[in-house]
Unconditional design. Structure first.
Length: 322
């Protein structure tokens, strides 16, 4: 039942590659530049996803049906978690699923779930967080960029969204999402380029991550064309756009139970999306992207290649309430 629901969520999302970990060509074979030195051979897919327990002191690797070899799992030293936190981890053991498990990849159920188990070394992580597991050499190859879009700014936007949403509900008028867009010349230039490239107007540009004044990652929803819907995760830089397109169709609501995700009522739900971290140098960035839906969370690692954000790693957390 768990796998069936997760697969349906991925199909409804119209996302290439599904939710499972998949083999991809090394970055060099795709034309991405290599770093010099001993870390040059590291592939962007040499990582894994995991989630933390309700204390933030344990982390379990998400295998999504494809268990990692023990030797590779033991080599993982750092968890890159929300807000670009780099947290040391220590391998403990491969944990078997217990009879008490409810089949969810939730913070409370971690102690009963199956996978490679780690201990958080030092300050605990956020409970129930989704993290990217890597080696120290991986981060030398793809260093983590600081997020200039602060948690304080994100929380302030959420509070304003709730206030405006309540006002809209009381008046019976639809909520205008454009009022929550970031401002400034860079944003306006990026929106103009998106309109030109996609051939559609932009309904909303929901900022998720920023690096200084000239790099942003945003969840972008475009104007509908008949039943055709389009949302994209966009890495915007000066003179360059890289996007992971998520097309959908309103006709899928009845046949698949949702447009992008199960039970989404064909609402894009940019508020359920997050970019915990961006890694790497310009032209080869890795975007760690998560998206919550009714049935759970999808985690993806995407790399900028030739104007696209290409998935190099994917996993899912089934989290439907019991």
């Amino acid at each position: 039942m768990r796998r069936g629901l997760v697969v349906l969520a991925c199909v409804a999302a119209g996302l290439a590659g599904g939710c499972r970990r998949q083999a991809v060509e090394p970055a060099a074979a795709q034309g991405a530049p290599r770093a010099s030195g001993s870390v040059a051979s590291i592939d962007p897919a040499d990582a894994a996803f995991g989630y933390t327990d309700d204390t933030g002191t344990k982390l379990l690797m998400l295998d999504d049906g494809v268990a990692m070899e023990a030797a590779r799992a033991k080599a993982m030293e750092i968890a890159v978690c929300s807000n670009s936190r780099q947290i040391p981890i220590r391998y403990l053991q491969f944990q078997k699923r217990a009879a008490q498990s409810n089949g969810r990849q939730s913070a409370w159920n971690l102690k009963y779930d199956e996978g490679h188990l780690y201990e958080i070394a030092g300050v605990p992580a956020d409970p129930g967080d989704t993290c990217l597991l890597v080696t120290a050499s991986y981060l030398r190859r793809f260093p983590v960029a600081a997020n200039s879009f602060s948690m304080e700014q994100r929380n302030a936007r959420e509070r304003e969204y709730q206030r405006k949403s309540n006002e809209a509900d009381a008046s019976g008028k639809p909520l205008d999402l454009t009022q929550f867009q970031a401002t400034g010349a860079f944003v306006q230039a990026s929106i103009a380029r998106l309109r030109s490239e996609k051939g559609r107007g932009v309904t909303s540009y929901w900022l998720l991550h920023g690096v200084g004044e000239s790099q942003q990652v945003a969840a972008v929803e475009f104007d509908a064309v008949g039943d055709s819907l389009l949302g994209s995760l966009v890495l915007a830089e000066s003179g360059r756009l890289s996007s992971f397109d998520m097309p959908a169709n309103r006709k899928d609501l009845e046949s698949r139970g949702g447009c992008w995700r199960i039970d989404d009522e064909c609402q894009f739900n940019e508020r359920g999306m997050d970019v915990p971290a961006v890694l790497g140098a310009p032209g080869e960035q890795l975007v760690f992207f998560t998206s919550w839906g009714q049935e759970g969370q999808i985690a993806r690692l995407l790399q900028a290649r030739g104007g696209k954000l290409v998935q190099v790693l994917g996993a899912s957390r089934y989290h439907l309430p019991v």
